[in-house]
Write a protein that binds this ligand. Structure first.
Ligand code: TYD
Length: 158
């Protein structure tokens, strides 16, 4: 599947643009606790405290081959927190009107993505892991996999 937002020409990072205008607030970076220790660092995430939703599912993307992208969809209800728990990758987000690219490379910073936001993940570094917390169990019915359908509905909601 071709990526719309992170393809060629490169998307404008649009620093400071608010993407996501619904009641859950915009796409945003959330700081996570970090317990520094000479033996190694520790980060934890508590439902409803460090993420603004109850976590019902965790999944992770790993062994992503160079040049491959993930995502390419939006969700009707699902909220997510995406963390680069290892390595780095870019997340392009689009609420049907505005687009922004976030580069994730810290285990103690999560990207909160509210519902009704199209997302594309790309530029995975070798060995990177995208850890994702989700507010709902997996449901294919919650997905928009067609960008035009998503954009039409997103503009009605906005
Ligand atoms: P998809 O969400 O399209 O992957 P990504 O956004 O990371 O590119 O999911 C890929 C496949 O995995 C699809 O067939 C649905 C399945 N899947 C599950 O069964 N459970 C899950 O929790 C997730 C995220 C995906």
């Amino acid at each position: 599947m071709g990526l719309r937002l992170l393809g060629d020409p490169p998307a404008n990072p649009a620093e400071g643009v608010r993407v996501g205008a619904g009641p859950q607030g915009p796409v945003r970076l959330l700081p996570l606790p970090k317990i520094s220790d000479p033996r190694g660092n520790l980060t934890f995430i508590e439902s409803g405290r460090h993420v603004p939703f109850e976590c019902r599912r965790v999944y992770y993307l790993y062994d992503v081959p160079g040049g491959e992208g993930r995502g390419g969809h939006a969700h009707r209800e699902l909220q997510q927190l995406v963390v680069a728990s290892s390595g780095s990758f870019d997340v392009a987000v689009d609420d049907g009107t505005r687009t922004r690219v976030f580069s994730l490379n810290r285990s103690y910073t999560g990207l909160y993505i509210p519902s009704m936001v199209w997302r594309e993940l790309a530029n995975f570094s070798s060995g990177s892991v995208a850890l994702v917390l989700a507010s709902e169990h997996y449901s294919e019915a919650d997905y928009y996999r067609d960008y035009d359908e998503f954009a039409r509905d997103a503009r009605v909601v906005a």
